[in-house]
Design a binder for this molecule. Structure first.
Ligand code: TLP
Length: 349
């Protein structure tokens, strides 16, 4: 029986059209600015995000790092939600390479930060205290089960940051999922951001790559920081070509992934051993709790039956829908989850 891999949308493989475009890509040395395919992808990315410029980076982690290094000096502080990917899963890169202190305010279940708490956390100008140099939000929010922030939420937080002299960054690894879920153009969500990162290598199915978008001036500095971390690439048109195909062909279909995630959540939500409110699922990430059993044991039991899920935090299971996963796969996964739940095939027998 084939495996149904719901660990992440990062497991997606390039489409046949991407592989063809990669094979045929026109390339040059991008460090000289001479790779026409990279230049085209960067121009497209900037246009999609409503910004003057964009720079192609190796990963979402690198995009967040070089954005943070652009906004923050050593000894500065960055303000993030306590469930932010930048805080949890990026090996503290901004602290390690930038000397930046990370401070958190709580994410609510939508991934939103309370504006009053953000305002209260902005440091006064005082030589004893670090400078709050950046506020960052995540949209969609990974650990908040792919929840979405709208342009009003984002505008409110950006305004607080800017009023206090801080930059505003969006980790928009899945900003296209947010835009599709809300039925708005991504630039509506990116408008107040000084930098926005988005990933090609997740729901958009590219093998590699992310983009950082912002003003000409900011992106010139981001580009410099990319150089500093060893992220300048040469004939990168070979991978950028897939990104162009992704932006042209893979955005609207994200709605299918959202439909499949909803189908999954509705099925899971009806099972006695599972705690999940399906009405909270807005995009392609479904996080739920398993009653009375360790989540790891549940994941292991499912793995033995050909369904792969991931373990986002103690007591929780994550399933992510993506290109290559069909409604039939979801029904198959639900049957197996039900079987595993019913047979108590995991842990504590
Ligand atoms: N997220 C991965 C894992 O690291 C957890 C996943 O499987 O979801 N921002 C957000 C919101 C992300 O979800 C991720 C990847 C990144 C940044 C980092 O992207 P990469 O892996 O390209 O560095």
């Amino acid at each position: 029986m084939p495996t149904i891999d719901l660990r992440s949308d990062t497991v997606t493989k390039p489409t046949p059209e991407m592989r063809r475009a990669m094979y045929e890509a026109e390339v040059g040395d991008d460090v000289f600015g001479e790779d026409p395919t990279v230049n085209r992808l960067e121009a497209m990315a900037a246009q999609r995000m409503g910004k003057e410029a964009a720079v192609f980076v190796a990963s979402g982690t690198m995009g967040n790092l070089v954005s943070g290094l652009t906004h923050c000096q050593r000894g500065d502080e960055a303000l993030l939600g306590h469930k932010a990917h930048m805080l949890m899963y990026e090996s503290a890169s901004l602290a390690a390479f930038g000397g930046v202190q990370m401070r958190t305010v709580p994410n609510d279940e939508r991934g939103m930060l309370d504006p009053d708490q953000v305002e209260a956390a902005m440091r006064p100008r005082d030589p004893h205290q670090p400078r709050t140099a950046m506020v960052a939000v995540e949209n969609t929010h990974n650990r908040c089960s792919g929840s979405v922030l709208g342009s009003e939420d984002i505008g409110t937080l950006a305004e607080i940051a800017h009023r206090a002299g801080a930059a505003f960054h969006i980790d928009g690894a899945r900003i296209f999922n947010a835009a599709v879920a809300l039925g708005v153009a991504p630039l509506e969500l990116a408008r107040p951001a000084d930098t926005v990162t988005f990933c090609l290598s997740k729901g958009l199915s590219c093998p590699v790559g992310s983009l950082v978008c912002g003003s000409e001036e900011v992106i010139a500095q981001v580009r410099r920081n990319r150089r500093m971390v060893g992220g300048s690439m040469r004939q990168a048109g070979v991978i950028a070509a897939a990104g162009i195909v992704a932006l042209d062909t893979m955005v609207d279909r994200l709605a299918e992934d959202h439909g499949n995630a909803k189908r999954l959540a509705l099925g899971l939500g009806g099972m006695p051993g599972i705690v999940l409110d399906p009405s909270r699922i807005q995009t392609n990430i479904v996080i739920f709790e398993v009653k009375d059993r360790p989540a790891e044991a549940f994941i292991e039991a499912l793995k033995g039956r050909g369904v792969l899920a991931s373990f986002p935090e103690r007591g929780k299971v994550r399933m992510v829908t993506h290109y290559g996963i069909t409604a039939e796969d979801i029904d198959g996964a639900l049957d197996l989850v039900e079987w595993v739940t019913r047979e108590r095939a995991y842990g504590g027998r």
